[in-house]
Design a protein around this ligand. Structure first.
Ligand code: ATP
Ligand code: MG
Length: 303
């Protein structure tokens, strides 16, 4: 049964697409069959996986708006164990056309729920906005992974975003959980990066992934070669960091599966207090099960 994870942040350029592509490839490389859904009309995930613009290609638009069977828009991402539902600029139309549709927030959910049997993970790359495409992604997901760039005012942005997610949880998806907050473009040579990482960890505790994505030129170069970084330069810091993240996501899924038999509720969602500790949020990485040390520094020693 796939876990469906939306990769979302309404702020642009924070590493959503880079995470969708590279976490997707790293999960597949760890023998976790994965589907990446490009839900952004920019189509960056599609091109980063090696599919340049092609008007003849069927995309998410056809499935979402024209009733094309979902199986017919899924393509093999040329990485073993990784599939892709591509996008292109037509998807802009969907964001507009959906406005007058019935059950407009739940179209994607209806479309992809039947795919849960086929995959271990389904990652949805969202556009940098809170439009109907993003709402559809969040309604269809079990959890949301929030990439945050380690920069000035990052903390303010995340708090706002989490407030928004809380509201969405009350309306469109009561069981939406936080998969984790991911620190991206971390530069250990700058005090600012360290400070931002440390602030985010002390504020959000166990909801922040242990794995940190460094600023790494290989990650920026790989998309222009149409391949995930693990195939472009497996020895780069960027590749290592996404492999680490995949391990953490898999471990959290296993932990969740292990505790599900003991618990009757669906576990903590967005409301789960940041200070509640790693054990509860399921994003505490290798913190063990007592959630003791969730303030462990600005990613120190993790990258
Ligand atoms: P958008 O909001 O436009 O969809 P995004 O959140 O998907 O953007 P990306 O496209 O993943 O962000 O990243 C923005 C830019 O930063 C890209 O050029 C990408 O290659 C680069 N980039 C992302 N992560 C890193 C990193 N860790 N190190 C260096 N460059 C990075
Ligand atoms: Mg993007």
């Amino acid at each position: 049964m796939a876990r469906i994870i939306a990769i979302a942040n309404q702020k642009g350029g924070v590493g959503k697409t880079t995470t969708a592509v590279n976490l997707g490839a790293s999960l597949a490389a760890s023998e976790q069959r994965t589907l990446v859904i490009d839900c952004d009309p920019q189509g960056n995930t599609t091109s980063a996986l090696g599919f340049p613009r092609d008007p003849a290609r069927r995309t998410l638009y056809q499935a979402l708006m024209l009733g094309e069977p979902i199986e017919r828009v899924i393509i093999d991402a040329q990485v073993e164990g990784l599939d892709l539902i591509p996008s292109d600029k037509n998807l802009v139309g969907a964001a507009v056309e959906l406005v007058s549709a019935d059950e407009r927030e739940y179209k994607l959910k209806a479309l992809i729920n039947p795919l849960r049997e086929k995959y271990k993970f389904i990652l949805i790359d969202c556009p940098p906005s809170l439009d109907l495409l993003t709402l559809n992604a969040l309604a269809a997901s079990d959890s949301v992974l929030v990439p945050i760039q380690c920069e000035y005012l990052a903390l303010e942005g995340v708090s706002e975003l989490l407030d928004t997610l809380m509201r969405l949880r009350r309306s469109i998806n009561p069981s939406l959980a936080i998969e984790g907050i991911l620190l991206t473009m971390y530069d250990d040579r700058t005090t600012l990066s360290k400070q931002v990482a440390s602030d985010l960890r002390s504020f959000f505790g166990g909801q922040v992934f242990e794995s940190v994505i460094p600023r790494n030129v290989r990650l920026a170069e790989a998309p222009s070669h149409g391949m995930p970084v693990i195939f472009y330069d497996i020895h780069s810091k960027g590749a290592e960091s996404y492999i680490q993240l995949a391990k953490e996501v898999i471990a959290n899924a296993q932990k969740r599966a292990g505790t599900r038999t003991e618990r009757t509720d669906s576990g903590p969602g967005i409301a789960a207090s940041a200070a509640a500790g790693a054990g509860a949020s399921g994003t505490g990485g290798n913190n063990g099960d007592d959630g003791g040390g969730n303030s462990g520094g600005p990613g120190s020693g993790t990258d």
